[in-house]
Design a protein around this ligand. Structure first.
Ligand SMILES: Nc1ncnc2c1ncn2[C@@H]1O[C@H](COP(=O)(O)OP(=O)(O)OP(=O)(O)O)[C@@H](O)[C@H]1O
Length: 229
């Protein structure tokens, strides 16, 4: 499902350098990356999403090559078709729930007709139990509703995989447990590879996932974790 190896150095404002040296190979449908703050988890996810270009290497997700330095292949974020859910959900504050979800629909060559777009939006409003707040703006939503909007906006584009950066950090303990269950159910239903990064050991415990640890820009698989193969 994930076949990733690349290098990337980042120059910090203070003149120091941070190097990502990623080797991640797994057939597991769910992968969780744990690691301390500043260890490089978000940068790795950005490189997979196409928001940061490695110096060299190869990124293959679910059989599709997204980046291959030797062949000078580097798909744009849109071409990669990855759902990317951020820590703070990055919803548009001036757009209501329905409009935020509609923003996830891909534009371009394969843009669906307007009527089917609207049907997709109504489908996800209903599926994520957001019908009642369709006209509300993000500032007036609960944490769980905001997360569902972010998920709906990501999934409406029919992605090839889901990337999640600390998706539960804004939620209280009870809601975290509920949203973990909902996310796991959607991942399984849609049969999409999922890559989730987190600080929270409870996330690792809740999902039946292959666990990797990020340490200063390098990944290590958890010992005795049979789910990598
Ligand atoms: N845009 C940037 N410019 C320069 N350095 C950066 C940039 N983004 C991140 N870094 C540096 O790269 C390192 C890894 O950052 P990254 O955001 O990937 O960490 P992280 O593991 O996701 O941390 P957290 O869990 O706190 O979000 C950090 O030391 C940070 O200082």
């Amino acid at each position: 499902m994930l076949d990733i190896n690349f290098q990337k150095s980042i120059h910090r404002a203070d003149g120091s350098q941070f190097t990502l040296n990623i080797n991640l190979h797994t057939q597991a449908p769910r992968t969780i990356i744990m690691g301390a703050s500043g260890s490089g988890k978000s940068l790795m996810l950005k490189a997979i999403a196409g928001l940061l270009t490695p110096e060299q290497g190869c990124i293959i997700v679910n059989g599709k090559t997204l980046y291959q330095s030797e062949q000078q292949l580097n798909l744009s974020p849109q071409e990669r078709r990855l759902a990317y859910v951020f820590q703070d959900y990055a919803l548009f504050p001036h757009l209501n729930v329905r409009q935020n979800i509609a923003c996830g629909i891909r534009h371009g060559l394969f843009n669906p007709r307007k009527r089917s777009q609207q049907a997709d939006v109504e489908h996800w409003l209903n599926a994520m139990q957001l019908d009642m707040v369709a006209e509300q703006y993000p500032a007036h939503l609960s944490g769980g509703q905001r997360q569902r909007v972010a998920l709906a906006r990501a999934l409406i584009a029919r992605p090839h995989a889901i990337l999640l950066d600390e998706p539960f950090s804004a939620l209280d303990t009870q809601l975290r447990a509920q949203m973990r269950t909902e996310l796991a159910a959607w991942q399984q239903k849609l049969n999409l590879p999922m890559l989730l990064i987190t600080h929270d050991p409870a996330d690792a415990a809740a999902f039946d996932a292959a666990i990797w640890h990020m340490d200063n820009g390098r990944l290590h698989s958890a010992p005795n974790d049979h789910r990598h193969a």
